[in-house]
Every structure is written in C-alpha cells, then in structure tokens.
Design a protein around this ligand. Structure first.
Ligand code: GDP
Ligand code: MG
Ligand code: ZN
Length: 223
C-alpha cells in the first residue's frame, strides 16, 4: 500500500515537471522571466508585489498570477496597481501545479518582462511543485520566527533566494535575521538573501535589481 502511494505521487510530480518544462520553454522564448513566490500565509507576498509594482513602473512591465484556496482578493489588490493579474482559486488544494499555470498562460500579454506567481500560502508542498519558474523565492517574515528554515528545509533548499520580510518589525520581536540567514545558508549554501520591508519600501530596489539581472541573463542566453 505504501509503495503504491509513493509511486502515484512520483507520477504526479513527473507529470507536473513535464508541464513545467513546457511553460519554462514558452516563457523564455517570449523573453519573460518567471518568479515563483513561496511562503506561509501572511508573510507579505502580496504586499511585496504591490511594492514591486510601484518600483518597476515605467522601467519594466509585470504581470501576476495569484494562487489562493478561495477569493479574488489578491488579484484585485494587484489590479488596483494597474498590473494585469489572474486569480487561480484551488478550491481547497494547498499548492499550485504547473497545469494550472498552463491554463492561464495564453492570457499573459507577450510584451511583459516579469511574470510573478504568488503561490498558495504554505511552506510545505509548494516546494515540490515546479511551476516553470526561472527563480523561486521563499519569504520568511520576522513574526514567524528565525527557527523556520530547519523546520521547513525543502522550501529553503529548493529556493534561489530568501527574502526576509517585515524588517520594520525586527526591533520589536525576538527575531535574529543573522540566525535565520545562517540556518537557511546551512541548508542551501549560496542562497541569495534579501531583507525588505515592503510596507516602507526598504530593500525592494535591491530585490528588483536582482530580478533585472536574471532577466538580462535569460535574454542574453536566448540571443
Ligand atoms: N509591518 C509590516 N507588515 C507587513 C509588511 N508586509 C506585509 N505586511 C502585513 O502583513 C499582512 C499580510 O500581508 P500579505 O501581503 O497579504 O501576505 P501574504 O499572505 O503573504 O500575501 C498584511 O496585514 C500586511 O499589511 C511589512 O513589510 N511590514
Ligand atoms: Mg497574498
Ligand atoms: Zn499542497
């Protein structure tokens, strides 16, 4: 019984990987960099996207795919910034899968630079599902505690960058950013780490520059 369950999951993940590879191929042929944001609920994904929308405006074009179990709320917040956004409601599923992204892809305008995907708030299974992204960013907010990387290692191991969010709250909390960073680096050596306060805008330009460099690399590899 156990063996069967594992092989079904492996099939699911293999099928997901194929769909993700097709998405990555399609987006890179269009010169679009895709970024998957992963974190527990409330760590500041949507607020960060709102802040990025303000900072990228006039220089880069972005679009957002929002994943939630229910409601259109996050897509509405992004659209209020004048950014195209599509909401995927999973109706209970606790992660996005590549085929869900695939269904939205034909709506994504050709003339954009960045496609952000906000995954369902969950630090566990989204880590196992490739969505065809070029960069995976895991967010950890200061109220969540600096002990989380070792408790949810797959999310940190599979990420390209760690974004420590809500930096403005650090003075009021027993959160040690150096400890969180060191723990994440012990899981994933070389992980890029950014510290931001999306509410104040601190650190968001540095993150935007990192995305812009990755976009340049994608486009020069294509040329
Ligand atoms: N103090 C502070 N609060 C923040 C920051 N970013 C987000 N929040 C708050 O955290 C809550 C959850 O943010 P949200 O972006 O919806 O998180 P999500 O569920 O990961 O998309 C909201 O009340 C935000 O206003 C920040 O940089 N500093
Ligand atoms: Mg959100
Ligand atoms: Zn899940």
């Amino acid at each position: 019984m156990t063996t069967k369950t594992i092989s079904v999951l492996q099939d699911l993940l293999a099928t997901n990987k194929q769909a993700a590879a097709a998405i990555r191929q399609e987006l890179s042929s269009r010169g679009i960099l895709c970024i998957n944001l992963l974190s527990s609920p409330g760590s500041g994904k949507t607020t960060l996207l709102e802040s990025l929308a303000d900072r990228l405006r006039g220089r880069y074009r972005m679009a957002v795919i929002e994943g939630d179990i229910e409601t259109e709320r996050d897509a509405e917040r992004i659209r209020a910034k004048g950014i195209p956004a599509w909401q995927i409601t999973t109706g209970g599923a606790c992660h996005l899968e590549a085929r869900m992204i695939g269904r939205v892809l034909s709506h994504v305008p050709a003339a954009i630079d960045f496609l952000f995907i906000e995954n369902v708030g969950n630090l566990v299974c989204p880590a196992s599902y490739d969505l065809g992204e070029d960069l995976r960013c895991v967010l950890l907010s200061s109220p969540e505690g600096d002990d989380k990387p070792a408790k949810y290692p797959q999310a940190f191991l599979s990420a390209d960058c760690l974004i420590l969010t809500k930096a403005d709250l650090v003075p009021y909390l027993p959160f040690d950013p150096a400890k969180a960073a060191a723990e994440a680096l012990s899981i994933k050596p070389g992980l890029r780490i950014f510290t931001v306060s999306a509410l104040r805008g601190d650190g968001v330009d540095e993150l935007a520059a990192y995305f812009a460099e990755a976009l340049e690399r994608l486009r020069s590899a294509r040329a």
